[in-house]
Design a binder for this molecule. Structure first.
Ligand SMILES: [Cu+2]
Length: 279
């Protein structure tokens, strides 16, 4: 009983100490695997990765066992007179067919996943992401077409609990359990909008629109970064997506439509933010 009480106290303390930290999906010190999945795509990437892991562990162990076996069984001492055998039909067919089967399994699974990731066929809403040197611009064409820019928060302006180089001034807000089409493009050079928990890493090209999709299955804050070398401040354009309930999203949209209608010349903000980043 006492033990349980202490555990719940610790959990409560952890959660109340920093909701931002407890719920944000972001890289952690000494992290080994992927970040937890928040979309069906990332769930499938997780299982595909597991499948590959099983296959490669099995192959590695098998080859290692063969090597150990031949060096023990067929070394000069144990086997002074080597056999002159050169062919074994069954063995040769096996070592051709088995790798083919493995490759077919990998390619079929991989192609299925690629097509699944490609697009959603019945999007309930669209988000546009436009890359700039060096910030993101987001547009909500289905909710009146308001748009805003999202900049990194410089070290000096960070508040407690906000992760360095992963915090932005304006988060993208999206509803959970909604098929969202994401259209991406760039205004200058190639950027890449990458959010690990969503299983998204897509190039933003000038003069071309690329498409991907998400269906976020839980509320939270999901962190990502630009993942294409796009110039001097490439490392200073993080992504922050806040996933909220559909009701909360509707309320946010109303506020956003008013707020972002007022935002004027964004070049002023560009100058402000870049002056605060140490060069
Ligand atoms: Cu970039």
């Amino acid at each position: 009983m006492k033990y349980r009480f202490i555990v719940s106290l610790v959990i409560f303390a952890l959660f109340s100490s920093g909701i931002e930290i407890a719920f944000a999906d972001q890289p952690e010190p000494w992290q080994m695997g992927f970040q937890p999945a928040a979309t069906p795509v990332m769930e499938q990437i997780h299982s595909f990765h597991e499948l590959l892991l099983y296959i490669l562990v099995a192959i590695t162990v098998f080859v290692l066992a063969l090597l150990v076996y031949v060096s023990v069984r067929f070394n000069e001492k144990a086997n002074p007179v080597p056999s002159k055998t050169t062919h074994n039909t069954l063995l040769e067919v096996a070592w051709t067919v088995v790798p083919i089967v493995i490759l077919v399994v990998i390619s079929v699974t991989s192609l299925k996943l690629l097509y699944f990731m490609d697009k959603t066929h019945n999007p309930e809403m669209t988000l546009k992401v436009i890359g700039h040197q060096w910030y993101w611009q987001y547009e909500y064409p289905d909710d009146g077409g308001f748009t805003f820019d999202s900049f990194m928060v410089a070290d000096n302006d960070l508040q407690e609990g906000q992760p360095r180089m992963l915090t932005v001034d304006e988060e993208v807000v999206l509803p959970i359990n909604t098929d969202i089409r994401i259209l991406v493009a760039s205004e200058d050079v190639i950027h890449n909008w990458a959010v690990p928990s969503f299983g998204i890493k897509i190039d933003l090209l000038p003069g071309r629109i690329n498409e991907t999709w998400v269906r976020i299955n839980r509320e939270g804050v999901f962190k990502g970064q630009c993942s294409e070398l796009c110039g001097a401040n490439h490392g200073f354009m993080p992504i922050s997506v806040r996933a909220v309930s559909k009701e909360a999203y509707k309320i946010w949209v109303k506020e956003a439509q008013e707020e972002y209608a007022k935002v004027g010349n964004h070049n002023v903000r560009v100058a402000e933010v870049f002056n605060s980043i140490p060069q």
